[in-house]
Design a protein. Structure first.
Length: 499
């Protein structure tokens, strides 16, 4: 798992949320009725990093638990990037960030550029989801300076997870940080700002948040953009191994078809197979940077890092060199990346929210038979799912309503966008979910990976939002993949920016 705040893709391993349906309607209405009683938000002009013009910022106070309005309150952080023409239409575009755990507001500058033409006549609305950013964040530190080897042994070091669970539970009711609560918060913000409806704009895990809102507040939803979609009923952790396997095989084939890559790494598949054998035998012993301690690298941890690099085409371009170096005995680049990713996880996301939602709204629904059937038959294996299961056993639990994860049915116009080489949310997931939308269009971004974007997609989205219709949206041309990295110094620079 890795993070990228300067790109549209959120957590680079998408995970899970859901929404209440008919069996929970009474509870939903009770929660919603409290959410809609929000006061007017007073926004003030503010300056944001890298945003070339003033934004408007503010906050909205909401109850942590709607059933206890006199209890703990949370301040939701709100940023509005105003329409450039000064005459904003009443339905803004609201960005739903991913993870779960990434805040929305740090993406304000990037979105104002990516959606410049949409922003000409519509506001961009960004709300840090409760538990993220400046909205009562739930941080977890999984990197322990006194034990750096822990992050070379486990994806989620269990001792650190347990410490975090105890610390957060002492000050927050973690059962109140679900996607249902976020949907109610977002509706409260909409009403407080006086918007007529929202154009939902979600990527990766943010598509789950969008689906929750669509089902809970259909009359408040004008359109929805679902990029790298995670359907409500998908067990995405079980999708990862096969999806990553397919993209890795494509990467190997593309290297073999590229003269420079083929010349530099002529035996790439064989070298990777040999690496896996050595890892399985416990033969790869590395020294922890900054310490004398030695650690035996596991197959699962290594392939998880490879999988995370495949989330972007830039990252995938570094994989041949990285594997070749490891096969030659130079594991240092991979070790450095593993530790850098762990530090990025701590710095760029609220992992407390990540565990709260994924443990209760996804991992709790996994079946052992499915794990064995789908996560143990590929080179990427089951370490990721087993690691999250172990972390979730240490995390506070809550129950979700019956039918929480059923496939969404909606009449709201929806644009489904998928990358051709997505190692986590392949286009087949969007195709499967499309049947539930009476008005939908699909775009396959050829040559792109997870949460792809381009000028062509921006143009299609502008047309979609302006018309409020999915009709006559043309396909986008293939995006050329970046050149494979051959030089060590160039590879290190590219890997550091690829996630």
């Amino acid at each position: 798992m890795s993070f990228a705040t300067s790109r549209l893709h959120p957590l680079l391993s998408p995970l899970f949320a859901a929404v209440c349906i008919a069996s929970g309607v009474a509870a939903s209405r009770a929660a919603a009725s409290q959410a809609v009683a929000a006061p007017t938000v007073q926004l003030a002009e503010c300056t944001l990093p890298e945003l070339s013009r003033p934004a408007r910022c503010g906050s909205l106070s909401v109850a942590e638990n709607p059933a206890k309005p006199d209890g703990r309150r949370l301040s939701l952080n709100i940023v509005v990037v105003p329409a450039r023409n000064g005459r904003a239409l009443p339905d803004p575009v609201v960005f739903l960030s991913g993870g779960p755990g990434q805040a929305a507001t740090p993406s304000a500058a990037f979105l104002s550029t990516a959606l410049a033409e949409v922003n000409e006549e519509r506001d961009l609305l960004l709300v840090d989801q409760r538990g993220t950013g400046a909205s009562a964040p739930l941080p977890c530190a999984l990197v322990d300076a006194s034990d750096p080897a822990a992050n070379l042994r486990e994806i989620f070091p269990l001792a650190a997870v347990k410490r975090c669970a105890r610390a957060l539970s002492a000050r927050a009711d973690l059962s109140q940080y679900s996607l249902l609560r976020f949907a109610d918060d977002l509706e409260a913000v909409r009403l407080a700002l006086g918007y007529s409806s929202l154009n939902l704009f979600g990527f990766s895990y943010g598509t789950r948040a969008a689906q929750v809102y669509l089902r809970r507040y259909p009359a408040s939803s004008r359109t929805a953009y679902l990029g790298s979609m995670i359907p409500m009923d998908a067990d995405t952790l079980l999708e990862l191994p096969a999806a990553a396997e397919a993209v890795l095989d494509h990467t190997f084939a593309a290297c073999a078809a590229d003269a420079a890559c083929r010349t530099a790494f002529p035996d790439l598949r064989e070298e990777f197979a040999a690496l896996l054998v050595r890892l399985d035998r416990g033969e790869v012993i590395v020294t922890v940077p900054g310490a004398r301690q030695k650690v035996a690298l596991s197959r699962g941890l290594v392939v998880e890092r490879v999988r995370s690099l495949l989330y972007t085409t830039e990252g995938a371009a570094t994989v041949p060199w990285l594997l070749h170096e490891a096969h030659a005995g130079n594991w240092q680049p991979l070790v450095d990346q593993l530790l850098d990713v762990a530090r990025a996880m701590d710095a760029q996301a609220s992992l407390g929210l990540f565990f709260t939602i994924t443990c209760n709204e996804d991992v709790a629904f996994l079946r052992e038979a499915d794990i064995r059937a789908r996560a143990t038959t590929h080179r990427f294996g089951d370490l990721r799912v087993r690691s999250q299961q172990a972390a979730c056993r240490a995390w506070p639990r809550y129950r979700v309503p019956n039918g929480y994860r059923t496939a969404l049915r909606s009449d709201v116009p929806v644009l489904l966008v998928s990358g051709e080489f997505d190692p986590a949310t392949p286009a087949a997931l969007a195709t499967r979910a499309a049947a539930g939308f009476t008005q939908h269009a699909q775009l396959l971004l050829r040559g792109q990976a997870h949460s792809g974007w381009s000028d062509c997609v921006a143009a299609r989205y502008r047309q979609f939002v302006r018309r409020g219709s999915t009709e006559n949206l043309d396909a986008c041309p293939e995006t050329a993949r970046p050149a494979f990295m051959i030089d060590a110094e160039e590879t290190a620079v590219r890997a550091a920016t690829a996630g």
